[in-house]
Design a protein around this ligand. Sequence first.
Ligand code: 5GP
Ligand code: MN
Length: 323
Amino acid sequence: MTLSQIAKFILESKKIGITYHVSPDGDAVGSVLALFNALKSLNKDCYIISKDTLSENLKFLKGSDEITGEITEPVDETDVVVVLDCGNLERVSANLKEFTGTIINIDHHLSNDKYGDINYIDSNAAATAEIVFELLNLMGISFEKEDSVIKDIGTCMYTSIVTDTGAYRHSNVTERTHRISAVLKKIGVDNTFIYQSLFDNKDFSRIKLIGKALSSMQLILNGKVALLEIDKNFTADLGIDIGDTSDIISYGLQIKGVEVTLLLKEVEDGVKASLRAKSYVDVRKIAEVFGGGGHIRASGIKIKNMSMEEAKYEILNEIQKEL
Ligand code: 5GP
Ligand code: MN
């Protein structure tokens, strides 16, 4: 289906659930709230499905108070569920097992399982919000003039783009990324407010935690790989949860000569690994070896029933092959 047909399909639906990937990041939340606020402005009956609650730094977005972690599956009479920014069914932040309506999968991950009844995957989009921007235009929403509803929707999409491009520094940035950003800036979206809300808004304890993680960072494989290992007890003395670690992993690539950063986090039922590459290693390929996925230069894996040591050994082995 073309995006224009999908726009029409959504507008013809009666009750629309919108969801994203588990542990939703700025792109997931920004994309979902942009679509949610837009459909509301068109008087459509829609709501957000989310097993997750939001991290504090995303609560400035309009509609974020709708995300309580309590609506975990489609409610009665829902005919369509739109899943944004999620590559596979296991990672959807909603229970869709019993759902008999239409699942629309809109995403930008290269590794996407096409689990929807309708799938629209554009891996050239730096953020899923780039696709949402086009979708909203096709729904007849105009980003020509400044008004508060449009600005709120724009703020959501700008948040997505800033998140997934690392504030415009990653190689996924295209002319389209800047073109959409320019349109959003023109309707009054406040880029400084968004950046500061997202990144310059940390508790002091978080900075201490980052410091602790960085102190234990190792450089291996001839200085080409930065390794961060975070075990279950890591934050015990700080009295906080580790939460999203994308702020920590990004330091690895700041080191001269480092091509890949691997962050291993011990979780309840195994190990969560995050991978980032600077310029030539395809970390999505490495993640896929272990059933994970993501993008060429940013990917993730959830490994069940493996110790940190085993996971480290196995993943480093795959990284070594690609260096
Ligand atoms: P992060 O390291 O921030 O968790 O994830 C980096 C990228 O990899 C994101 O685009 C995320 O969607 C994807 N990703 C993270 N964990 C997994 C996973 O367990 N499976 C798959 N398929 N993708 C993942
Ligand atoms: Mn994304």
